[in-house]
Design a protein around this ligand. Structure first.
Ligand SMILES: Cc1cc2nc3c(=O)[nH]c(=O)nc-3n(C[C@H](O)[C@H](O)[C@H](O)COP(=O)(O)OP(=O)(O)OC[C@H]3O[C@@H](n4cnc5c(N)ncnc54)[C@H](O)[C@@H]3O)c2cc1C
Ligand code: SF4
Length: 527
């Protein structure tokens, strides 16, 4: 059976973009199928009616920026578009603490093994830290909090995939005017500009200062012949004559148009939730991949994401919430020195991307009654004027129990439709969540702020994660994993998973750099 492609890659986030580039460089004919749009600054969502949301259930009508999934005790935010999570992420790129790999990971993967790949990604994504003359108010507040508590040695600037110019500073006339962004052509031949601290990192950088995958790995892949097709939602994968058929719906003019491509090799890189859902449907709904491991869906982790807030007197002007890169510092306890739990805390910009997507979901009646309650509670709490200027957001990430379980279940008693469901319960991760919230409270109080947790947690015990991990974890055999240490799916030769779904534990610190390093390693072994 002739096919124009050697490999079909599903998804264009960290796993998809990196494997696409590397395999295209090896001379393979690569096709990327990405469910979201190809975004350009002129089209980023900004106003209430803009395309904020992507709905996996009705992508022909809702194919916007963020895909929010609402489960009983967990809300998951993830990107949709060419470049995947790099479009929405806060650009923080950190290696995991070497201890992370000691338990739950295949023996082949250690920090030393991943280090050359971490370094490669750091070079390609051109990681930088905020110059001293551009420290944000939030950075300074977090640094003061760490100092007051005696944690100076744990506090540092976070490595960011952002391009800075030493010449920018807040004292410039009209400092946030795009005229202060210096245009340049990056090492991949793409036009970018330097950061002018607009604070829009999670909703699309207007001056292209973020070093997102669509200005490095993806154009490199395209220069080697890769074909990138946005607005292609993959539905299932089916073995056929020693190859794989990938069946998708193409979004065009508000319609879904069925299509398919065949290749000898398929790389699934649709992210922790996307990949897990796709493979669960292949095993349990379409039954095209019936021999997938029984472990599929299990060992899912929200990377112990925990957000809380500190409110500061308006007259002190200490937070300047919406100004500056979204995150720029890290306070690290991943050595387990606080309450024996491993976690890190960062100064976060206000998650306007999440609120906007939540509102859009509500307006379009895309959320359950439960999610509706979440939004109302959140809005109630955030309605006042102090929001943008005086509210500090602390983002915690840490090592949790990684015991969530995705599965398909009928939408209702009478329905035949299967929908994705998540069993996750805070109880087994309570230790790390308590440690993070206690530290966030200490940091707020050490700087004279008033601390509170969002009612989504205090009242409803529902967490929001930006760092979904696992669901198709690496293991030694199909008894304890879905894929091996190279992402190869047990039982299906040349079917590979190369994204956050294969990560078998939390990463503690932000996960994208580890996912990227794993993808580089997987690609290096494909021949
Ligand atoms: C607001 C926000 C801020 C974040 N900040 C940070 C940060 O600062 N640092 C950090 O390390 N991490 C951060 N993250 C998390 C980070 O974005 C993810 O960990 C990372 O993107 C995961 O990479 P991935 O390759 O596994 O999947 P993704 O990057 O999510 O890529 C998966 C791609 O597959 C596509 N896809 C899914 N299903 C299908 C399908 N059926 N057919 C076709 N395509 C499909 C998706 O549209 C997406 O483009 C943040 C996330 C969010 C939402
Ligand atoms: S702060 Fe503004 S200019 Fe800088 S990276 Fe973020 S969105 Fe771009």
């Amino acid at each position: 059976m002739n096919s124009p492609f050697d490999v079909v890659i599903i998804g264009s986030g960290f796993g998809g973009a990196i494997t696409a580039r590397r395999l295209a460089e090896k001379g393979m004919r690569v096709l990327i199928l990405e469910r979201g749009r190809r975004w350009y600054p002129a089209h980023y969502p900004r106003q209430p009616g803009d395309p904020w949301i992507f709905s996996q259930r009705s992508p022909e009508r809702h194919n916007g920026w963020l895909d929010m999934r609402f489960f009983r005790h967990m809300t998951i935010a993830q990107a949709a578009g060419v470049g995947g999570g790099s479009l929405t992420y806060s650009s923080v790129a950190l290696e995991a603490n070497p201890d992370v790999f000691r338990r739950g990971w295949p023996a082949e993967i250690t920090h030393a093994e991943l280090k050359p790949y971490y370094d490669t990604v750091a070079r390609e994504m051109d990681l930088q830290v905020v110059p001293d003359g551009q420290l944000t108010a939030r950075f300074k507040l977090a640094r003061e909090a760490a100092h007051n508590l005696g944690y100076d040695d744990r506090f540092s600037k976070a490595a960011l995939a952002v391009s800075f110019s030493e010449e920018w500073h807040g004292g410039l006339e009209d400092p946030f005017d795009p005229k202060h962004s210096k245009p340049f052509v990056n090492a991949h031949g793409e036009r970018q500009g330097t950061c002018i601290h607009l604070g829009n990192c999670d909703i699309g950088c207007d001056v292209r200062a973020k070093n997102t995958l669509d200005v490095n790995y993806i154009p490199r892949a395209e220069r080697h012949g890769a074909d990138v097709r946005p607005l292609h939602v993959v539905r299932y994968i089916e073995p056929v004559d020693g190859k794989y058929r990938v069946v998708f719906d193409r979004i065009q003019d508000g319609q879904l148009i069925r299509g398919e491509e065949i290749a000898a090799r398929v790389i699934v890189a649709a992210g922790s939730v996307g990949t897990t859902e796709l493979l669960l449907r292949c095993r349990d709904e379409y039954r095209t991949l019936p021999a997938l491991s029984p472990v599929l869906g299990m060992h899912w982790s929200p990377n112990a994401n925990f957000l809380s807030m500190g409110r500061y007197p308006a007259e002190e002007n200490r937070v300047s919430q919406s100004k500056g890169v979204t995150i720029s510092s890290i306070l690290d306890f991943t050595d387990g020195s606080f309450r024996n739990e491993r976690f890190a805390i960062e100064d976060d910009g206000f998650p306007n991307v999440v609120l906007n997507a939540l509102k859009a979901s509500l307006d379009n009646q895309l959320v359950s009654a439960f999610a509706n309650t979440l939004l109302e509670e959140l809005e109630e709490h955030l309605r006042e004027n102090y929001l943008l200027t005086d509210l500090m957001v602390w983002l915690g990430a840490g090592m949790d129990a990684a015991d969530g379980r995705f599965h398909l279940q009928r939408r209702s008693f009478l329905s035949r439709d299967l929908e994705l469901n998540l069993d996750w319960n805070a109880a087994s991760s309570q230790g790390v969540l308590d440690a993070i919230s206690e530290m966030q409270k200490n940091l707020t109080q050490a700087t004279g702020g008033r601390w509170f947790t969002p009612p989504t947690w205090s009242l409803l015990k529902n967490l929001l994660t930006l760092h979904p991990l696992g669901g198709c974890r690496m293991g030694v055999s199909a008894h304890d994993g879905v894929v091996d240490h190279l992402g190869q799916v047990f039982g299906y030769p040349n079917l590979i998973v190369a994204d956050g779904a294969i990560v078998p534990t939390s990463t503690g610190r932000n996960p994208s750099h580890t996912i990227a390093a794993l993808a580089e390693r997987i690609a290096a072994h494909v021949s």
